[in-house]
Ligand binder design. Structure first.
Ligand code: SF4
Length: 93
């Protein structure tokens, strides 16, 4: 897995978080594990599928778990973070 792919995903999710008013996991190790998982899926399967959800193997069905998945907004709203703990709700100041 190339560092460039990880960096590319990092930049993408950082920008996404900024646009949506989320923050990325502040734990460097956890963040790095999630980014690596996304990069691995991108390299292996052609899309950044969620590293903590099961793919069905059907690309049409699995579209919903390409990061950011269809579930994350509700999860962040209800639990404070998405299932993988990549995106977090910003703490109110
Ligand atoms: S749970 Fe989080 S990391 Fe996984 S796909 Fe959804 S938004 Fe991305």
């Amino acid at each position: 897995m190339t560092e460039e792919v990880i960096e590319e995903i990092h930049n993408k999710v950082r920008q996404y978080a900024k646009d949506k008013g989320y923050v990325l996991n502040v734990d460097e190790k956890q963040l790095s594990a999630i980014l690596r998982g996304l990069a691995r899926n991108l390299e292996r399967f052609g899309a950044a599928y969620c590293p903590c959800r099961l793919r069905s193997g059907d690309p049409e069905k699995d579209k919903i778990i390409i990061c950011p998945c269809i579930y994350h907004e509700q999860e962040i709203e209800e639990q404070g973070s998405c299932h993988c703990r990549l995106f977090f709700k910003k703490k109110s100041e």
